[in-house]
Design a protein around this ligand. Structure first.
Ligand code: ADE
Length: 251
C-alpha cells in the first residue's frame, strides 16, 4: 500500500510514522509513506497558500489553485482515491477502514484554517472522512488515525493468529476483557474459566463478556451486530441481571 499525505505540517508525521506498527509496516515493505508540503503548490514569492473567504466572515481558506498543483504533483497520471479529512465527511468505522485497505494507493489531504475552497471537491477530491463529531485544528491527527486503522487490515502486518478479527467492532461488538500473568494481583484474580482453559467454555464466556461490554458502553451497536439465537438469549439474561441489581440497590 502506498499512502501520500498532503499537509502544511509534514513534520507532524515524523514520530507516528517512524514508530511502532507504522515503522514495522514500512520496514516490511507493506507501506510506502510520504508526507508532502502543500506549500509546494504555491507559486508566489511569499509561498501563500490561503486567502480570505469571498462574502466575508472570519478565517482563511486554502486556495484551490495551490491545492490543485500540490495534488497533481503527487498523483501525476494516477487516479487514486483523494480523501479530504474533515468533520463534514463520512464517519470512519471498522468497515470504512477495511474498504480503504482494498486500494493499493491512497492520498490524504489535510486542511487547516476555516477549510478549503469548495471547488477542490469538483476537481480532485473523491472522498471525505471524519474521525468523529468534534473539530480538530487540522486534518493531520485524523489522517494518522485513518492510516493506523487502514493498515491493520493490510495482510501481513498483524499476526496470523486472527487477533484483529477479534478486535472491537470486527463483528459489530466491542472486544471483551483480556488477562495475562500473574493469575492474582492485589487481591484481583483472573476469572477461573480462563485459568481452566476449556476451549468451549472460554469461547462462551468471551462472547458473553463482549455482549456485556457492548450492552453497557455502546448499546447502539447491538442493533447492527450479527447476533445468534444464543446471543439474543444472553442479552436477555444481561438485562435481567441489571434489573435485579437495580432492585437490590433500592432495598
Ligand atoms: N479535521 C478537523 N476535524 C476533523 C475531524 N473530526 N475528522 C477529520 N478531520 C478533521
Amino acid at each position: 500500500m502506498r499512502i501520500d499525505v498532503l499537509t502544511l505540517f509534514p513534520e507532524m508525521f515524523d514520530g507516528p510514522m517512524n514508530s511502532s506498527m507504522m515503522w514495522k509496516a514500512r520496514d516490511r515493505g507493506l507501506l510506502t509513506f510520504e508526507a508532502h508540503d502543500i506549500r509546494h503548490g504555491s507559486i508566489d514569492r511569499h509561498r501563500t497558500v490561503d486567502d480570505t473567504p469571498y462574502g466575508g466572515g472570519g478565517g482563511m481558506v486554502l486556495r484551490v489553485d495551490v491545492l490543485d498543483r500540490a495534488v497533481r504533483a503527487v498523483i501525476g497520471d494516477d487516479t487514486p482515491p483523494v480523501i479530504y479529512l474533515s468533520p463534514q465527511g463520512r464517519l470512519l468505522s471498522h468497515d470504512v477502514a477495511r474498504e480503504l485497505a482494498q486500494h493499493d494507493r491512497l492520498v490524504l489531504l489535510c486542511g487547516h484554517y476555516e477549510g478549503i475552497d469548495e471547488r477542490a471537491h469538483d476537481l480532485f477530491i473523491t472522498d471525505e472522512i471524519s474521525i468523529g463529531d468534534y473539530v480538530l485544528t487540522g486534518g493531520e491527527l485524523a489522517a494518522m488515525v485513518v492510516i493506523d486503522a487502514v493498515m491493520r487490515h493490510v495482510p501481513g502486518l498483524l499476526g496470523a493468529d486472527g487477533a484483529h478479527e477479534r478486535d472491537s467492532h470486527a463483528d459489530g461488538l466491542l472486544e471483551g476483557p483480556q488477562y495475562t500473568r500473574p493469575a492474582e494481583y492485589k487481591g484481583l484474580s483472573v476469572p477461573t474459566v480462563l485459568q481452566q482453559g476449556n476451549h468451549a467454555e472460554v469461547a462462551a464466556w468471551r462472547r458473553r463478556q463482549q455482549l456485556r461490554r457492548t450492552w453497557d458502553s455502546r448499546p447502539d451497536l447491538l442493533y447492527k451486530a450479527q447476533l445468534s439465537e444464543s446471543d439474543r438469549y444472553n442479552l436477555g439474561t444481561l438485562a435481567d441481571e441489571d434489573a435485579r441489581a437495580i432492585r437490590t440497590s433500592r432495598t
